[in-house]
Design a binder for this molecule. Structure first.
Ligand code: ATP
Ligand code: MG
Length: 450
């Protein structure tokens, strides 16, 4: 698709280079207004008619050129945030680190950012941390300066509605054609300014199937530790984008390749290094593959399940240790292990309670699947978190960590009617699988199956 597009482009291209930029005119590219959100177009037209420059930029332009559907549309303008607010009634100014205008249209929000300059011309800036990390970035600039302070060249293409051309200050079109992510400027400096750019490199490489160019990738492993400085809440957002964008498995493999997974999930990374019959890695791989398939099928995915998968191996091992060494009963050991692992994890990547609570339930319920006698199975099946816990059990069974017969039993249990369920539970007694030590009954049960 991309090759074909660019062959077409190159054949026609009569690009005119003016003041450091390459202009790709309307007849030389494939972006049509029909593929752009009408609200984004409204913002561009309205800013233009108020006398400001305004362009679509970032992922919207990049994805349209690649023939992909953009996730959202970002606008860049020479209007200051307060000036944007004057043009739109439905507008709110947000952010401290980056002051932005959000223009609301029902459920769609168009983000409007004022052109910024890199503000580092005179050495270290007062808004940088000791490590060179940018803490505030509100120095406004020209469109060219704005292009050069963006992360990757393919994210620095501008599309305007005045003449429908694309402006390329950074060689982004060529990189797009080559399927290459190239960080603008000195990679080391750009990663130091904002270490999240390393995660963005992995994310775009995974999502677009691009390679990270040699210079931009060679210092990642060495600078990965800088992510420790990034607030845990921002990393949570990035982790969601990495793992819930439909290419979680590739992202995971790339994160491990660049030794960045260790920074995000240190406990999991450590246990993955001691692979036991390949199990933990198979489990995580399957879990992520499952997430990707669900997204491809348009099914919902929840961060709770995703994090439960990613942290399961350290939780499982600690629970085993607590059972064996501290003599804790299985459910208690699991709860304690979940608590401990999560406490450590939250130091790196935050996880809102609305996700951590169901996630701990998914783990705790794993101990209850074996206990099926009496009313236990029925009670478990009506637990609000049963379905997620069952999906989790299936994954464990598929990865060879638990008995497939147990997962199959639960699969069948959900498919049959109440009468059949009672028979299934009663039949367990005969097979000697019942885990619970029961008080002796006075009368033998009817239909015991024995
Ligand atoms: P998508 O929305 O598909 O995830 P995107 O490229 O649009 O991808 P956004 O996070 O929406 O990503 O950011 C919009 C644009 O802002 C980017 O394309 C890039 O030009 C710029 N940008 C975002 N984050 C950074 C950053 N950390 N450093 C430099 N530029 C950035
Ligand atoms: Mg975007």
């Amino acid at each position: 698709m991309t090759d074909e597009l660019f062959r077409r482009l190159s054949a026609k291209t009569r690009t005119v280079t003016i003041t450091n930029a390459t202009i790709i005119t309307r007849d030389e590219h494939n972006i049509s207004r029909a593929n752009i959100s009408s609200n984004a177009l409204k913002v561009l037209y309205r800013l233009n008619s108020a006398g400001y420059q305004a362009y679509l930029v970032g992922g919207g332009v990049r994805d349209l050129l690649l023939g992909r559907e953009p996730k959202d549309f970002d606008v860049a303008t020479d209007a200051k945030p307060e000036e944007v607010k004057e043009v739109f009634r439905n507008c709110r100014l947000i952010g401290r680190r980056f002051r932005l205008a959000h223009v609301f249209f029902g459920r769609e929000t168009i983000e409007v950012a004022t052109f910024r300059s890199k503000n580092d011309a005179e050495g270290r800036d007062e808004h940088q941390s000791d490590q060179g990390m940018i803490l505030r970035d509100n120095v406004y600039g020209t469109i060219e300066e704005d292009a050069l302070r963006r992360d990757f060249s393919v994210n620095a293409l501008y599309y305007g509605v005045e003449d429908f051309s694309i402006i390329d200050y950074a060689g982004g079109l060529q990189d797009l054609e080559m399927g290459r992510l190239r960080l603008l400027g000195s990679p080391e400096q750009r990663y130091r300014e904002d270490p999240v750019r390393m995660l963005r490199a992995v994310r775009f490489a995974s999502k677009l199937g691009f390679i990270i160019d040699h210079e931009s990738e060679s210092c990642i492993a060495e600078l990965g530790h800088l992510l420790d400085e990034v607030p845990a809440a921002r990393l949570f957002e990035e982790v969601l984008k990495l793992f819930m964008g439909g290419t979680a498995l590739i992202a995971f493999e790339k994160l491990r390749h660049y030794d960045l997974f260790r920074v995000l999930f240190p406990e999991t990374d450590e246990v993955l290094r001691f692979e036991e019959h390949n199990f933990p890695i198979t489990f995580v791989n399957r879990g992520l593959e499952n997430t990707d398939n669900r997204i491809a099928d348009g099914k919902p995915v929840t961060p709770a399940f995703l994090f439960a998968v990613l942290l399961w191996e350290p939780v499982r091992l600690l629970a085993k240790e607590l059972e064996e060494e501290d003599d804790l009963p299985p459910i208690e050991a699991m709860q304690e292990a979940g608590y401990e692992v999560l406490k450590e994890q939250l130091q790196c990547v935050s996880l809102p309670k609305r996700f951590s609570i169901p996630m701990r339930e998914i783990w705790s319920l794993q101990c209850r699947f074996k206990r099926r006698s009496g009313k236990q199975a029925q009670c478990l099946a009506s637990h609000p978190r049963f379905r997620a816990a069952y999906d989790f059990l299936l994954l464990r069974a598929e990865a060879g960590e638990t008995d497939m017969a147990l997962a199959d039993w639960w699969t069948k249990y959900q498919e049959v009617d109440d009468g059949e369920r009672i028979k299934m539970v009663n039949a367990l007694r005969g097979s000697g699988r019942s885990q619970k030590r029961r008080k002796p009954r006075k009368k033998p049960p009817v239909n015991s199956g024995e």
